[in-house]
Ligand binder design. Structure first.
Ligand SMILES: *Cc1c(COP(=O)(O)O)cnc(C)c1O
Length: 402
């Protein structure tokens, strides 16, 4: 493995990607929500991988990517897979989810937190979030588990979610779930670089899923990982991710698996990106401070809080706009930004309000629904320039009529 990776290339061969890829005719100064931010070493990593011939979803490059993820997160056992959603799917399989089982998650999340479980026949229950972090409310979870425990209807798994780079209170949640013997699968897809109680996102769960999709703080150009401190769980996940082949010269199967391996080509991009993680967190946190300075004094505008027990990566800077105090509502601001070629996006629509989950269980109050109604994610790419951030701030300030 060490012989093949890394293979250094002369600097002259490290051509920027833009040399060869067609550049779309973008409108001038289009500002995206969270575009990929190349670290500089991707081309060399790709070239080395292609020259080595190891391009399949196996071999030294995915293995090196897994080791780098283990080092970055502190979770010792990692399997790299094709997406964060694939990692969650494998996680549910490793927890022996069966049709009819309940799976509980925060209602303020992306559909992928629960979609694989629902596709496996699980019944979802959506729990509200807490005001300190906007992530799964541990007190609500404790009450709901006690109630479910008394009636013998405990969920098969609880899925706390790291939201916009902010961790759930995972250790507290794990403690609560341990009392009832319910395993925790952390959706840490948006959690790379975020910390909770001195640990990286995902640490403390039985299983944690990460994403390296194009919009995430670190991207492989697409990809994900499932990680754990339990080697047996990750060995099982790896078996399932590679078609559940039993040992032997012919193909022998005792169960069916998936083709979820991460291509070496993508793993090489991820490997080149990961060393920049701390820089990316610093850049996104600095952007957040810039927004706070530019917008913090406006009436009716407030920012996603950061609890004392965590360090958010500020993957996406997220604000709340109280229309009465601000003089314009969230959608007015979003459309004003769009007219200037600036992408922004409402906070997740809570899953209990999604038509596809009509009739699903719901616990807790209306905080997530309010956060959706008033919440807007602002351009937060780690390569966003000060000039572009000033444009975003200027458009939002211009909407404030109070
Ligand atoms: C991005 C994301 C996912 C899905 O990851 P993919 O790699 O796009 O499949 C799941 N959950 C959350 C919270 C995410 O942000």
């Amino acid at each position: 493995m060490s012989r093949l990776w890394p293979i250094p290339l002369p600097a002259a061969q490290q051509a920027p990607l833009s040399w060869r890829l067609p550049v779309p005719e973008a409108r001038p100064h289009r500002v995206w929500l969270s575009p990929p931010h190349l670290a500089g070493g991707e081309m060399a990593a790709l070239q080395a991988t292609l020259e080595s011939g190891w391009v399949a979803p196996a071999g030294p490059v995915p293995a090196a990517f897994e080791a780098a993820i283990a080092e970055a997160t502190g979770l010792p056992h990692v399997v790299a897979v094709a997406s964060g959603t694939a990692a969650l799917h494998l996680g549910f399989r490793c927890l022996d989810l069966e049709p009819g089982d309940e799976v509980w998650t925060s209602t303020l999340t992306f559909v992928a937190s629960i979609a694989p479980a629902v596709q496996m026949g699980a019944r979802p229950r959506f729990l509200d979030v807490c005001p300190q972090s906007w992530t799964l409310d541990p007190n609500l979870l404790a009450d709901a588990l006690a109630k479910a425990g008394r009636s013998g209807k405990l969920p098969r798994a609880v899925v706390p979610v790291d939201l916009y780079g902010q961790c759930s209170d995972l250790l507290t949640i794990r403690g609560i779930c341990d009392r009832w013997g319910v395993p925790v699968l952390s959706d840490s897809a948006g959690g790379m670089g975020a910390m909770q109680r001195g640990r990286h996102a995902g640490v403390g769960a039985q299983l944690a899923a990460f994403s390296f999709n194009g919009n995430k703080i670190i991207t492989a150009g697409g990809g994900g990982a499932l990680a754990s401190d339990d080697p047996a769980l990750i060995a099982r996940a790896r078996h399932l991710a590679t078609q559940a082949k039993e040992p032997g010269p012919h193909y022998q199967h005792e169960t069916t698996g998936f083709s979820y391996g991460l291509s070496s080509v993508l793993a090489a991009v991820g490997l080149a990106q990961l060393p920049a993680l701390e820089d990316r967190v610093a850049a996104r946190r600095a952007l957040f401070e810039g927004y706070r300075q530019g917008l913090g004094g406006l009436p009716g505008l407030s920012f996603m809080p950061e609890p004392a027990w965590g360090r958010s990566s500020r993957w996406l800077t997220t604000v709340q706009i109280d229309a009465t105090a601000f003089g314009a509502d969230r959608e007015t601001v979003r459309r004003a930004l769009a007219e200037e070629g600036i992408e922004s996006r409402p906070v997740w629509k809570p899953l209990h309000l999604q038509p596809v989950f009509r009739g699903a269980g719901k616990s807790g109050g209306q905080l997530a629904a309010r956060l959706f109604e008033h919440g807007l994610c602002l351009p937060s790419g780690s390569a966003l320039t000060a000039a572009d951030q000033a444009r975003v701030v200027g458009v939002i300030r211009g909407c404030c009529t109070e």
